[in-house]
Design a protein around this ligand. Structure first.
Ligand code: IMP
Length: 199
């Protein structure tokens, strides 16, 4: 395995679930990981309309504040019958304080109200790597699936209990974390990141 091009990488997230998954994905690559939270960095406003735009905002802010290469993930759930909602506003849907139970119930309620039989959806993860010199790279992964008829399982985070990946019968909230990592949108984006950065 190639050595890391930098010894330390800042993970520009304040989301404990994402941090846990990103640390697990980076573990084999010999990079010391620090989180934006542990450095007390502020949470920047995500004002862009795309996953890539928001990922770049987060990684640029973290790289500028820390002087470290910084990796961010902007991700979300797109439900096709809802015109792509919750989409880039996936986190906002859960309100403050964050309540993903309420956000998932809202997805289920809107799908029922839409009258559509199409329950197809995808999780998207866009990673942005920004180096201290300002240079940036973006990597996008997705996993396609369907929305369950009710919340099932308590594993994972966010919308996991209502998402069933294509080929599965259980939600991301029910399957083992290792099974989720093996197929998730974040893992796919990571594969692209690792190939481009670690060789
Ligand atoms: P943001 O990228 O921090 O703006 O937030 C993305 C939101 O999308 C998260 O807070 C979750 O609600 C949702 N999300 C992203 N990835 C996943 C996942 O792997 N499982 C469940 N929900 C996710």
């Amino acid at each position: 395995m190639a050595t890391a091009p930098f010894p330390k990488l800042l993970i520009a997230t304040h989301n404990a679930g994402k941090l846990r998954e990103i640390q697990a994905l980076l573990a084999p690559h010999g990079v010391e990981v620090v989180s934006a939270d542990s450095l007390g960095l502020p949470v920047p406003d995500e004002t862009e309309a795309t996953f890539a735009g928001n990922a770049l905002i987060k990684a640029r802010a973290a790289a500028a504040a820390s002087g470290l290469p910084s990796l961010s993930d902007d991700s979300g759930l797109e439900v096709f019958a809802l015109g792509g909602d919750p989409g880039v506003r996936s986190a906002d849907w859960a309100g403050e304080p964050r309540d993903f139970g309420r956000a998932m119930d809202e997805v289920l309620r809107r799908l029922a109200a839409s009258g559509s039989a199409d329950r197809s959806a995808r999780f998207v993860s866009t990673l942005a790597l920004v180096r201290p010199d300002g240079s940036a790279q973006v990597f996008e992964g997705e996993v396609r699936g369907t929305i369950a008829d009710a919340r099932r399982g308590t594993r994972g985070f966010g919308y996991d209990p209502i998402f069933i990946a294509d080929g599965d019968s259980q939600t991301f909230g029910e399957i083992e974390p290792a099974e989720k990592y093996a197929k998730s949108h974040r893992t796919r984006a990571f594969e692209l990141f690792v190939t481009a950065v670690f060789g």
